[in-house]
Ligand binder design. Structure first.
Ligand SMILES: Nc1ncnc2c1ncn2[C@@H]1O[C@H](COP(=O)(O)OP(=O)(O)O)[C@@H](O)[C@H]1O
Ligand SMILES: [Mg+2]
Length: 295
């Protein structure tokens, strides 16, 4: 079967600033792919091109068998028709870096809005589903809270629930923890990890290297609008081949190389500032299905 997302030769310019210079990658169904790279390298633009929040200037994007855009032989672009764009956007949930819940709506209403207005779901069904989703992100008790009454971490979890309410085939995450206090990032990452374990296909722009190592199947490193290196998460993060990848990881990991999966280095991550590593071991300790591998 085709990959859920196929991106081929993707290019995007803003004026004469070409920010994506021919990007190729795929995301298989059920796969979690992390995109890492320096600020300004084009990560957000890639995500926004996938659901046509930006219109690519070259190349081809296909999602779930639907052509989002393609470059024709004469170099012009053909974009999905309006109806298709709507269907593609329904298939693709996105959670942004900055909180973008509707401020005048409660958490519950934020979640039920699209299912009711786009899907024509009844209020009762939409509310029931929204309550399940709020429970699933640990916010069952916040249904009636307004965004301003919630922490950044809670708002992002509501935003995830809101995206999931449309039952997307693909979830895009754009540095969803970068604007929250570090101690609240873990609760968002926990929700994302659970979603990955449930089989959701995810494309995740992140600076959380421990999350990428722990949850992503593959990692793409992008720099100046080009994918410089991609591969299995562990390979890219622990044994990067390209000097630019090495330099980037060196910088974000505060000079500590990422530890191999080795008991003797288990404590190294914390000292090196791997936020969230203890969070994940806590999950292992409390999740009966996540026992030690050597059982
Ligand atoms: N709407 C826009 N108009 C003009 N330039 C943009 C726009 N969006 C992004 N850019 C530029 O594209 C480049 C890549 O941006 P972005 O994809 O946001 O990078 P990243 O997410 O990796 O930090 C940056 O130089 C940025 O200034
Ligand atoms: Mg960005």
């Amino acid at each position: 079967m085709n990959a859920l997302v196929q991106v081929t030769g993707l290019r995007k310019s803003f004026g004469d600033n070409e920010v994506l210079k021919g990007v190729d990658f795929e995301v298989e169904r059920g796969e979690v792919v992390a995109i890492i790279g320096p600020s300004g390298s084009g990560k957000t633009t890639i995500l926004r091109c996938i659901n046509l929040l930006e219109r690519p200037t070259g190349g081809r994007v296909e999602v779930d068998g639907r052509v989002v855009c393609e470059e024709l032989g004469d170099g012009t672009m053909r974009f999905a028709e309006r109806g298709d764009v709507r269907e593609i956007r329904e298939q693709v949930g996105m959670v942004f870096q900055r909180f973008n819940l509707f401020p005048h709506m409660t958490a519950l209403d934020n979640i039920t809005e699209a299912p009711k207005s786009v899907r024509g779901m009844s209020k009762e069904d939409a509310n029931a589903r929204a309550r399940e989703l709020l429970d699933s992100v640990g916010l069952g008790h916040k249904a009636d809270a307004y965004p301003l009454q919630l922490s950044g971490g809670q708002q992002q979890r509501v935003a995830i629930a809101r995206a999931l309410a449309m039952e997307p085939a693909l979830m895009l995450f754009d540095e969803v923890t970068s604007a929250v206090d570090p101690e609240l990032a873990g609760e968002i990452l926990m929700v994302m990890k659970r979603l990955a374990q449930q089989g959701m296909t995810m494309l995740v722009v992140t600076h959380e290297m421990s999350f990428a190592a722990d949850v992503a199947d593959r990692v793409l490193f992008i720099d100046h609008g080009v994918i410089v290196e991609q591969g299995q998460a562990r390979d890219v993060l622990t044994a990067p081949q390209n000097p630019r990848t090495r330099a980037f990881l060196h910088a974000v990991l505060d000079r500590a190389p990422m530890a191999e999966d080795d008991e003797s280095t288990a404590g190294a991550g914390e000292e090196a500032g791997f936020g969230g590593s203890d969070l994940f071991s806590e999950r292992v300790a409390t999740d009966p299905e996540a026992g030690p591998d050597d059982g």
